[in-house]
Design a protein. Structure first.
Length: 202
């Protein structure tokens, strides 16, 4: 099983990268979050990896941190969650935010992911909440706290009310820093949507 890959970036696409290591090119599917840490082609990168072997072949999935890889492994252990859906879930935000959502019982955070319905989202919380909490306590880690009522969550709700899908709203807000003003966040997100060719409202 391939656990890590270090080498030169040959290809960098929206959902995968190709890394050459010792003369072999490894194609790894990655989340949006991991892709942010992948440099342009020609530069060196180190990724944690998870090897998935199935009847139709062997696939590699890459992660910028061991924590993200661990959450991926937990997600695919939930009934109804395959590797592709797990990667889509990890694209919904930093792993600490997703862990916080699990600890807080925020199933709606996962309902925003394509391929995850209400029952599956609730199953994620049911099956992983105690495990995630226990692992954090055993490691002496401070449990992440949900940011309920934050400017970002209010802005996210505002974008959803404008017609954006939950996951799309998260992506538009990702990386924006407008202090504690939800209106400023919404304005910046709409400008980003317009700049990338998306409609400002639906």
């Amino acid at each position: 099983m391939i656990a890590t890959v270090r080498g030169e970036v040959l290809v960098r696409r929206g959902d995968y990268v190709v890394i050459e290591a010792a003369g072999v090119g490894y194609r790894l599917r990655v989340s949006t979050e991991t892709l942010r840490s992948v440099p342009a082609a020609g530069n060196e990168i180190f990724l944690h990896a998870e090897t998935i072997s199935r009847d139709d072949g062997i696939s590699l999935y890459g992660f910028s941190s061991e924590e993200e890889r661990g959450l991926f492994a937990q997600l695919i252990g939930v009934s109804g969650i395959g590797p592709k859906v797990a990667i889509a879930a990890l694209s919904g935000g930093p792993h600490r935010e997703l862990t916080a959502a699990i600890v807080a019982g925020d199933a709606k955070r996962f309902q925003a992911v394509p391929g995850i319905g209400k029952r599956t989202a609730e199953r994620i919380i049911l099956e992983l909440k105690d495990r995630v909490t226990a692992e954090a306590e055993a490691a002496g880690s401070k449990l992440p706290q949900p940011a309920a009522g934050s400017a970002r969550s209010l802005a996210r709700d505002g974008l959803i009310n404008l017609g954006y899908a939950p996951l799309e709203a998260e992506q538009l807000l990702d990386g924006l820093n407008q202090g504690e003003d939800p209106e400023a966040l919404i304005s910046a997100a709409l400008k980003r949507a317009a700049a990338t060719g998306g409609p400002e409202s639906r």
